[in-house]
Every structure is written in C-alpha cells, then in structure tokens.
Design a protein around this ligand. Structure first.
Ligand code: PEP
Length: 256
C-alpha cells in the first residue's frame, strides 16, 4: 500500500517568522504516527531554519527546485547536494510556474537532468506534469502527460517509493480556484500509472501520484478518495495551518 503524501509548496511566500509559526502550528496538530507523509517546501533561504523547526518530528522538508550540476560557475543556482545538506528529503521539479511562467521556461530535458541530480544527492524528486487549458481543450491531455512523464524520468532507476513522486498539476487549476473534478483527476492519474507500468514495470505501484491544483479543505476528501490519487501538492492552502491541517486530515481519512 502506498503511503499518501500531503506536500505544501510555499512558493515565494511567508517570511521567516511566519514560516516558523506555520511549522509550529502544523507540528501541534499533526501526530507522528498518522499514515500520511507531510512535507513542507519553503523558499530556499528558509530550509535550514525550517529543518531546525522540524527537528524531532516526522514532517519532512522539501525544496522547490535545484540546479543539475554539483558545483561550478552558475551564479544564483543551488545544487542538489547543497539542498540535501539542509536536511531536505524532497525536491519539486518541473513545476508549471518554472515550465511556463518564470524566465527560465524549463524544458523536459532540463527537468530530467535535475531529476538525475536529485537522485544523485539522495533527494526524492516530486516531478510535476500537467496540461495547459489549450491542450485540454484540444484533447491532448493524455498525450502531454505521457510525454512529460517519459521525458522526465528517462534513465532514472525507479524501484521504491523514495525514488520518485509524481504530481499531476493541470496548469489551468493552479492558483485559479478551479480544481480538476475527482473524475478528471482519476483519469489523469490512472493514465500516469499505466504509463509508469509501461516504463518501469511493477515498481509503478510504489510511486505516489499526487494531485495539485486548487486543493482546499472542502474538495480534498473527494480528490484523495480516488484510487490513483495518493495525496496532494498544495499551494495557496498550504500557507495557513487553518487550511493545510484539514487537508492533511482529509488525506488521513482517505488512507485508513
Ligand atoms: C501548486 O503551486 O503546486 C499548486 C497546486 O497551487 P494551488 O494549490 O494554489 O493551486
């Protein structure tokens, strides 16, 4: 059985004090023995203080990106090894904002290099894939997912749950308040699972596939109840304990 994940992507939000307060509130609510893996992904400068704030509890730390080389003349970039030294276990890769919005406009080749770098440093990549609204309207969703998944994990050795996490994040649902319906999410996740089976065989059953895109306390339960939805990658609603903790609870309820 796959252990669901609820991961909070803080993006470029919160300051140090607010981040510490949020971690303290999540810690106060989240009991360590629960069947869901909780991850917080603060901005890079807050990884070390966040690791300190998480000391002694089972909530995990993730980064929002890495660069793919170990070191060198790459001003402003941070390597997977540097991120691993902060105590992080996860790294988000190929987020739609990095693919489509931020100056870098990352392509699948770059994302694949980063996935290899993450594994080299012992980090679990959370590989984000998802179609734009134009691609969905053109009925290209499954084709886009197959391409991004296949290209993203080329050459990656995947056998256990720590080797890879996928996040299905339809671009039109991120930060828009418009979530995929549970049926749309399940269709995409089942497709990704089937494609993973084709690519990596039986290990596909170990890979957690998270849904991301306007997950809130009131829609989390029905999304997480879908057979191939193994938790969520949460943006806006991860910034407040009042919304993040009920989403964790929804994942716990779906898991038991
Ligand atoms: C995200 O940024 O990964 C995300 C899912 O954002 P939101 O929950 O705000 O749609």
């Amino acid at each position: 059985m796959r252990r669901p994940i609820v991961a909070g992507n803080w993006k470029m939000n919160l300051d140090l004090a607010a981040g510490r307060d949020l971690i303290a509130s999540i810690r106060a609510e989240y009991a360590t023995a629960e069947p869901v893996e909780v991850v917080v992904c603060p901005p890079t400068p807050y990884l070390f203080p966040a690791a300190k704030a998480l000391d002694g509890c089972e909530i995990r730390l993730g980064a929002q990106d890495i660069y793919y080389t170990k070191s060198g003349a790459y001003t402003g970039e941070v390597s997977a090894e540097m991120i691993a030294e902060t105590g992080a276990d996860f790294v988000i890769l190929g987020h739609s904002e990095r693919r489509h919005t931020i100056g870098h406009l990352e392509d699948d080749r770059m994302i694949n290099l980063k996935a290899h770098a993450a594994r080299r440093a012992g980090l679990t990549p959370i590989l984000c894939v998802g179609e734009t609204l134009a691609e969905r309207d053109a009925e290209k969703t499954l084709e886009v997912l197959t391409f991004q998944l296949t290209a993203g994990i080329v050459g990656l050795d995947v056998s256990g749950a720590k080797d890879l996490v996928i996040a299905y994040e339809p671009v039109w649902a991120i930060g828009t308040g418009r979530n995929a319906t549970p049926a749309q999410a399940q269709e995409a996740h089942a497709h990704l699972r089937a494609e993973l089976r084709r690519l990596i065989g039986a290990a596909a059953d170990n890979v957690r596939i998270l849904y991301g895109g306007s997950v809130k306390p009131d829609n989390a339960g029905e999304l997480f109840a879908q057979a191939d939805v193994d938790g969520g990658l949460i943006g806006g609603a991860s910034l407040k304990a009042d919304t993040f903790v009920p989403i964790i609870r929804a994942a716990v309820a779906a898991a038991v």
